[in-house]
Design a protein around this ligand. Structure first.
Ligand SMILES: [Zn+2]
Length: 428
């Protein structure tokens, strides 16, 4: 009976990802500006989804729908753009990832009996149940806030964690996750931070010195959509931004903040993955993050937004690659974070790199959370690009057996950063 249930579950899982039937991904390597431009000019015609942007000297990875395979390949060979097939069958790859999640589920159930949002990729309801339970169980240190609802009506939930309900004016550390829906490793690192500050407090100095705000899933509509329908979805799910929004919903939340909005690394076309929206803060999910920044602006010392992947710690300014007045401290604290992570990391994981966003990843982006928070006066703002062991689409799906490892090392980075900042800024 149990075997039958398992077989049926696997069958149900394999029926998912139908949307990716016949899709392939390609590695493309443009060798001149002309080739790069030509590639860019075909974005809409072939509905190309670059999961890794191509640049000169840097290969990109692009998802291609079945109906465009022949045309896309013809274009690449006509233009002499070097390319190879990256994933032959995307649906099969996503099915395989689901099986890994099931295996991890069985593994962790035998260890802790429950479904913890930091030991596997969990659906939204499991993460929300965890947040609710923590708030209920620890009312003296934890406050649940859910002021706003997502475009599709889901609550936007975050936790405030404090020894004295934010009364003594301590500096605030704010961490969010899940703004980009497909970056599944991001929310677990935030729920794990909750775990480490509430259920398993081994660094009590962090609560002595700071008040914390932890927002694990900033884009719950997109996150749910990656679980139920389209694994590689990145944006929100709004349909009120553009005449085409019903066919092509959503806005890139990390391009929707009001800083140099829609000037670099964005698109005006709602069908692309980097659509910046009809105006800054058009997205309620982005306004929810901004509301936290605004509410604690005079106290917020560190803001971290969790993304994947690349093993990077990035700081402003990401739109033009210039350095802020606070660049030296941003770098010092960033290095402390990166070193702490590397010390806890696995030999097979890539070493972290720390630096200016644009210079480190090689392309600019405007309207990003890290830049915006810094422009509003938050002294230390970072984007973490968490590890991915594969590349291309596989990078977004770190094998779930590594989730716990990434949570532990990322928390180590946060701890080191908080302590480093405390030593630099002294007691407030
Ligand atoms: Zn991201």
């Amino acid at each position: 009976m149990r075997l039958l249930a398992l077989v049926m579950l696997v069958a149900a899982v394999n029926a998912k990802h139908e949307i990716y039937k016949g899709w392939k991904s390609y590695i493309v390597k443009p060798e001149s500006y002309e080739q790069l431009e030509k590639l860019g000019s075909k974005l809409l015609e072939f509905e190309l989804d670059f999961v890794k942007n191509a640049a000169l000297d840097r290969e990109g990875i692009v998802l291609v729908k079945p109906e465009y395979q022949a045309g896309f390949l013809k274009f690449l060979s006509e233009e002499n753009i070097s390319h190879t097939v990256h994933v032959e069958d995307l649906k099969a790859q996503f099915d395989l990832e689901d099986q890994e999640i099931l295996k991890q589920e069985q593994r962790t159930r035998s260890i802790n009996g429950g479904r913890m949002p930091y030991d596997n990729y969990q659906p939204l309801n499991v993460i929300y149940e965890y947040i609710d339970r923590i708030a209920e169980q620890y009312p003296e240190t934890v406050t649940l806030v859910e002021n706003l609802r997502s475009f599709e009506g889901r609550p936007l939930k975050y936790l405030k964690i404090s020894r004295d309900n934010f009364q003594s004016n301590k500096p605030v550390i704010f961490i969010d996750g899940g703004m980009h829906a497909r970056e599944w490793i991001s929310p677990p690192t935030v729920t794990y931070a909750i775990h480490k500050l509430v259920e398993n407090l081994t660094e009590p100095d962090l609560l002595e010195r700071y008040d914390w705000i932890l927002f694990p899933v900033a884009n719950p509509d997109g996150y749910s959509f990656t679980h139920t329908s389209t694994r590689m979805w990145r944006k929100t799910r709004s349909t009120d931004q553009h005449a085409l929004s019903r066919q092509c919903p959503g806005v890139d939340g990390n391009r929707n903040f009001d800083f140099a909005w829609n000037t670099v690394g964005t698109s005006n076309n709602p069908c692309t993955d980097t659509y910046a929206g009809s105006r800054p803060f058009s997205e309620v999910e982005v306004r929810a993050v901004n509301a936290v920044i605004e509410e604690y602006l005079d106290r917020m010392l560190i803001y971290i937004t969790m993304h994947s992947y690349g093993s990077l710690i990035l700081y402003p300014w990401g739109h033009d690659g210039s350095l802020s007045q606070n660049a030296l401290t941003l770098h010092r604290v960033g290095i402390a974070m990166g070193e702490a992570i590397d010390n806890l990391s696995l030999p097979s994981f890539r070493r972290y790199r720390v630096g200016n966003s644009l210079l480190t990843i090689g392309y600019g982006a405007s309207g990003a959370a890290e830049d915006y928070a810094h422009s509003r006066g938050v002294p230390l703002t970072y984007t973490y690009e968490l590890p991915g062991t594969g590349f291309g689409t596989q990078g977004f799906h770190l094998n779930p057996r590594y989730i716990h490892q990434v949570c532990i090392e990322t928390w180590g980075g946060v701890v080191a950063g908080a302590r480093s900042a405390a030593s630099i800024y002294g007691k407030k």
